[in-house]
Design a protein around this ligand. Structure first.
Ligand SMILES: [Cu+2]
Length: 150
């Protein structure tokens, strides 16, 4: 009687520890959609890149930086209203957060990616360039970006 009780207790503890071991850790799951770019209207040496970052995972991730063979460097920008009432843009001083089970849209007039010192033989309408985005948890993700004139 006593030993079967003990066995039941051991089995119960074993089951609990197995269940705990099977519980999935919270991780992000990042995909990038609808990526496109265009030469910048106000900066002749730069290009804007717009896309949607989706996170179907259970943890937040952060876009920290990027790179592209078609650009001297990649910057994360936000569009802001300047004190004189005109629109300008700032280099982000923090990563772009992609919430768990959510998405963030990088678009003209909002958060966006800037191709600084674009290489004109690559970053041109009709061409497709590679863009590598670096996420804090998901690491590097390389996607094709279609360059359009619009
Ligand atoms: Cu910009």
């Amino acid at each position: 009687m006593k030993s079967s009780l003990l066995r039941g207790l051991v089995l119960g503890l074993l089951l609990i520890s197995m269940m705990a071991g099977c519980a999935p850790a919270a991780v992000p799951s990042i995909t990038v959609e609808s990526a496109w770019g265009r030469p910048s209207m106000d900066m002749p040496t730069a290009g804007g890149i717009f896309l949607i970052i989706k996170n179907s995972g259970s943890a937040t991730d952060n876009l920290v930086s990027g790179s592209s063979p078609a650009c001297g460097s990649i910057e994360l920008h936000e569009t802001v209203m300047k004190s004189d009432g005109t629109m300008g843009m700032n280099l982000m001083d923090k990563p772009i957060e992609v919430p768990a089970s959510g998405q963030v849209e990088l678009k003209s007039g909002g958060l966006h990616i800037m191709c600084i010192m674009k290489k004109d033989d690559q970053f041109k309408p009709g061409a497709t360039i590679d863009l590598t985005l670096v996420f804090e948890k998901s690491g590097s993700i390389t996607i094709p970006v279609e360059v359009r004139m619009e």
